[in-house]
Design a protein around this ligand. Structure first.
Ligand code: DX5
Ligand code: ZN
Length: 226
């Protein structure tokens, strides 16, 4: 089933709890939390204290945490007790670091995702992850340059989605979530679902048009024109 994971990056922090609770009441199961370190990307985003507050105050939901950070070990330790899925960027990983994360994640019972920047070669990433495929729960294709909300969707991302989807099909892999993040609206979500996305991050489009109806339209867009 195709799903959305709304990003609260562009929500007024005073309304985080209210926004997330409303999403859960409307039947949304996943919420996407953006964390930035001012190093991997020049900006700052949600703080640990804010995400913990949401976890403690909001109705239960799957917390998918997108860590746009360089210091993987530090941020893993900070977020391991908060998120359900921790997604780190391929661009900061090497084999040793990846193996470290997987060992820790097994102990801590956390799911791990790998995010891929628009300029990163998908074949290179796929070669890196294919031996580790059973340790990964999610692959996140960035459809904008990470760092801020409200940017325009990069169409080339769809080819990456199709490539990954196709490789997973060949390997008979059905349980790794393909996520897309950046510039998702009522039009780009349809193209993304068609290309093979399972979970679409929706940030500013939903913040600007916050209603159950808009969510229903986003989710029904994978049924249109078929
Ligand atoms: C960007 C973040 C996104 C952002 C998406 O670096 O990773 O999750 O919130 O926002 P929109 O949907 O506005 O592009
Ligand atoms: Zn994100």
């Amino acid at each position: 089933m195709k799903k959305i994971s709304p990003s609260i990056l562009n929500v007024n922090p005073n309304h985080f709890v209210e926004y997330v609770n409303q999403l859960v009441k409307w039947g949304v199961s996943n919420v996407h939390y953006d964390v930035m370190d001012k190093i991997f990307v020049p900006n700052d985003a949600l703080q640990l204290s804010e995400i913990k507050e949401i976890k403690n105050s909001c109705l239960p939901h799957i917390m998918d945490i997108h860590l746009m950070v360089k210091d993987v070990k530090k941020y893993y330790s900070m977020y391991k007790n908060v998120g359900d899925i921790l997604t780190f960027h391929y661009e900061v990983l090497d084999n040793d670091l990846f193996n470290w994360i997987i060992r820790e994640a097994k102990k801590d019972n956390i799911k791990i995702g790998i995010a891929i920047n628009p300029e990163t070669n998908i074949l290179e990433v796929f070669n890196f992850i294919k031996e580790k495929i059973h340790d990964i729960s999610l692959v996140l294709i960035m459809s904008v340059h990470p760092g801020k909300g409200g940017q325009k969707f990069i169409d080339d991302s769809l080819q990456k989605v199709s490539f990954i989807k196709n490789e997973f099909n060949k390997m008979n892999i059905r349980n790794i979530i393909i996520q897309i993040d950046g510039g998702i609206n009522d039009l780009t979500i349809k193209k993304s679902f068609d290309a093979g996305v399972d979970l679409a991050v929706v940030g500013s489009y939903l913040v600007k048009n916050f209603s159950k109806n808009v969510i229903d339209n986003l989710l029904s867009s994978d049924l249109l024109e078929k």
